[in-house]
Design a protein around this ligand. Structure first.
Ligand SMILES: Cc1cc2nc3c(=O)[nH]c(=O)nc-3n(C[C@H](O)[C@H](O)[C@H](O)COP(=O)(O)OP(=O)(O)OC[C@H]3O[C@@H](n4cnc5c(N)ncnc54)[C@H](O)[C@@H]3O)c2cc1C
Length: 445
């Protein structure tokens, strides 16, 4: 029976959501056995969302989660709203909130431009939050495997479980030869997804678009530098961007402002030899990447002795995200450079889309129809997100014609139009609408 939309009040408040318990299964509803490959942000959020809708979830993660992953991550309003819906505890994840983006001159540490974010709460009913990745990951893991009492079934997390193959009938084959069959397999295995070609029918290769040298430093150490005092004058709540030709240094706080995440963005050639081979991350390479910046910025890395180097990829959007009983989400489905901080945000949207679209299920025979609904909801949206995130200098006039199809009407151009395109989007509401259409079309006339 079609679920009634409860998310719009009389005034049409587009951000009003049902309570997440409204997605809990009704009496006699069908519980699927769901296998999730990968326990990154996509896999863990999908586990939370699918458990909330009453399914039995098992997550297979090849690593043992012994080492820390990455540095900081920011959650723009479109993804924060979803995390809040599923009950994230921002305090225990030690999250903070951006109030502004500040642009600095690469030669002189003085403000060039200032973009106010504090209006996001009233405009989009959600802040732009930031976290240490490890804290966010731990919180998602807690919500997935130890949900608050009575909230939903806990998902089972199987570490050191490397998946070798997945078949369209839902069979998962592990490296050690074991197999298991699921009603639905969610492939959340990241940018090097081994299961992508199974869904799209051919190999798809990402393009190395930019590189990033990244590290964390204690905020105090930076603020103690005399020339650094002009930064964070309004508190540890800004995203700071220093542009220097084809390179930029981006730094922002995390873990309640105690740490600074610093990223040096460069064209890929900076991190390659003349023969095109990847260069190891040495002092020379860092000097070369930062030499055109004022000493307060290129000196940031002197406050640190270990660094990470990331390749940032872009890839053409896919025309389908699901086949048989397999669905791709997160970076497996849509890798993109972090130019608009939307990679994990889109993964969180995917996860919630699955949670809503697989709620209120009467039989496993409905899986193909619900996956079709997922494609309908997500293919264009993630295509647009990838396109908007894949150009360092955004100019819609340079957009290839085939990419305009991801946008209804005018392609967003100004800051405001782009913000609205990303943050006005209320995934849970949209998914409920698509679910309702899907259920109505199934009902006998
Ligand atoms: C420098 C940088 C900065 C970024 N900043 C932001 C930001 O501010 N905001 C934002 O929204 N996004 C940001 N992103 C993007 C974001 O980090 C990614 O989009 C997101 O983490 C992808 O999550 P995922 O779960 O899809 O993939 P992953 O995090 O890659 O997780 C995949 C998981 O699958 C496991 N796995 C892989 N293969 C197998 C297998 N065969 N069997 C079992 N397990 C397997 C892996 O071990 C891993 O745990 C940034 C990315 C980079 C590189």
């Amino acid at each position: 029976m079609a679920m009634t939309l409860q998310n719009k009040d009389a005034d049409g408040d587009r951000f009003r959501l049902p309570h997440r318990q409204d997605l809990a299964p009704k009496k006699g509803a069908k519980s699927l056995n769901v296998g999730i490959i990968g326990a990154g942000i996509a896999g863990l959020t999908a586990a939370i969302a699918m458990s909330q809708s009453g399914h039995d979830v098992e997550i297979f993660e090849r690593s043992e989660f012994k080492s820390e992953i990455g540095a900081a991550i920011s959650c723009p309003p479109n993804s924060f709203r979803i995390l809040q819906f599923y009950g994230i505890d921002v305090a225990s994840a030690r999250g903070g909130e951006y109030k502004s983006a500040v642009y600095y001159d690469s030669k002189e540490p003085e403000t060039k431009d200032y973009l106010e974010f504090s209006g996001y709460r009233s405009r989009y009913k959600a802040p732009w939050a930031f976290f240490h990745r490890v804290d966010l990951h731990n919180e998602l893991r807690r919500l997935a495997v130890q949900p608050p009492d009575g909230d939903r079934k806990p998902a089972k997390l199987r570490l050191s479980s490397s998946v070798k193959d997945v078949q369209l009938d839902g069979t998962i084959v592990f490296q050690d030869g074991r197999t298991i069959k699921k009603d639905l397999v969610i492939a959340a295995d990241g940018i090097r997804s081994a299961f992508l070609s199974q869904v799209v029918g051919h190999d798809v290769y990402p393009e190395h678009y930019m590189s990033m040298i990244r590290f964390l430093i204690p905020s105090d150490e930076f603020l103690n530098l005399p020339e650094a005092r002009c930064h964070f004058e309004r508190g540890m709540t800004s995203l700071n961007i220093v542009k220097g030709g084809d390179k930029s240094i981006v730094f922002y706080p995390c873990r309640e402002g105690t740490l600074l995440n610093v990223g040096v963005l460069t064209p890929p050639e900076v991190c390659k030899s003349a023969d095109g081979d990847d260069l190891p991350l040495t002092q020379d390479l860092i000097d070369n990447a930062t030499k055109d910046f004022h000493s307060v910025y290129n000196g940031l890395y002197r406050l640190k002795d270990t660094f990470g180097q990331w390749k940032l990829f872009r890839r053409a959007p896919l025309s389908t995200l699901a086949k048989g009983k397999i669905v791709l989400i997160g970076d497996a489905a849509h890798p993109m450079p972090p130019l608009r901080a939307q990679g994990a945000a889109a993964a969180i949207e995917d996860a919630a889309a699955l949670g809503v679209l697989f709620s209120d299920l009467e039989s496993a025979n409905e899986v193909p129809g619900r996956l079709e609904a997922f494609n309908k909801l997500r293919v264009r949206r993630v295509g647009g997100t990838q396109v908007l995130s894949s150009l360092h200098e955004w100019d819609p006039l340079k957009l290839p014609q085939e990419h305009t199809k991801y946008f209804d009407g005018k392609v967003p151009y100004t800051h405001q139009e782009i913000d609205d395109w990303f943050y006005d989007y209320n995934l849970i509401t949209k998914a409920l609408e698509v679910l309702q259409e899907c259920q109505t079309s199934k009902e006998p006339n």
